[in-house]
Design a binder for this molecule. Structure first.
Ligand code: G3P
Ligand code: MG
Length: 232
């Protein structure tokens, strides 16, 4: 089962910062997950639109310039990183799940993925593009067919993983509160991987392993790794 550091190793360092990403690298995670917004044509790595939830800023991202956002403290003196900085930090050493958080030009993200493959040592198999906005995923797949799509859902749809197959996805990225064996089996029958967010507790890790999911997003990667190793 793959272990993805959710927002980097966010249980140990400020979420979505280079510190959390570096820590996930040190922990030898299989992958990291990050959240991406756009500001002034730049892709920045941050979860919420509201700045006061993770930085010392106020208001929402789009009310500010990129320069202002970069001057903020995202925790322990860390800056809000750009997607390029995160990809440069990882340099193809593990998978990266790029979650698009808002309406933005998918072309911007696809260009970064191209750059990562051409200049940073990534393979196309190491980069997953996910979003709750399936229109962005659909457009991305049309424009860059080799893109691995992570079809996010926070529910168990009536037709299970059919929506993800329609998107020609690589994986269906499921909410741990709404996952069951039928969903996992249906996804696997359709040739899809199942990735689950956010599995932080040891019981969660164990039950996801029992369901046969392919990966989990967790804020505490070493906790998950040690539990899995203990069970081997
Ligand atoms: O990508 C998985 C997960 O991060 C989706 O939810 O709100 O934590 O970004 P959220
Ligand atoms: Mg996310």
């Amino acid at each position: 089962m793959w272990i993805f550091a959710h927002r980097g190793a966010s249980g140990h360092a400020p979420e979505n910062t280079l510190k959390a990403i570096s820590l996930a690298m040190d922990m030898q995670c299989d992958g990291i997950e990050i959240d991406v917004h756009e500001c002034d044509g730049q892709l920045i790595v941050i979860h919420n639109r509201w700045l006061n939830s993770t930085t010392n800023g106020q208001g929402i991202i789009h009310q500010h310039s990129f320069a202002h956002l970069r001057s903020l403290d995202a925790g322990l003196g860390e800056k809000i990183p750009t997607l390029r900085e995160v990809l440069t930090c990882v340099k193809g050493r593990c998978m990266v799940n790029i979650e698009v958080k808002s309406w933005l030009t998918e072309r911007l993200v696809l260009a970064e993925m191209d750059y990562a493959v051409q200049s940073l040592g990534f393979s196309d198999q190491q980069l997953i593009l996910s979003s709750f906005n399936h229109h962005i995923l659909h457009a991305a797949k049309q424009q860059r067919p080799q893109t691995l799509i992570g079809a996010l859902t926070s529910c168990i749809p009536l037709h299970y993983a059919h929506f993800a197959q329609e998107l020609q996805a690589f994986s269906v990225n499921c909410d741990i509160d709404f996952i069951n064996q039928a969903m996992v089996d249906d996804a696997h029958q359709r040739g899809l991987k199942v990735l689950v967010y956010t599995a932080n507790e040891l019981d969660d890790i164990e039950s996801m392993a029992k369901l046969g999911v392919d990966g989990v997003f967790t804020n505490y990667p070493t906790r998950a790794m040690s539990r899995l190793a203990h069970k081997l």
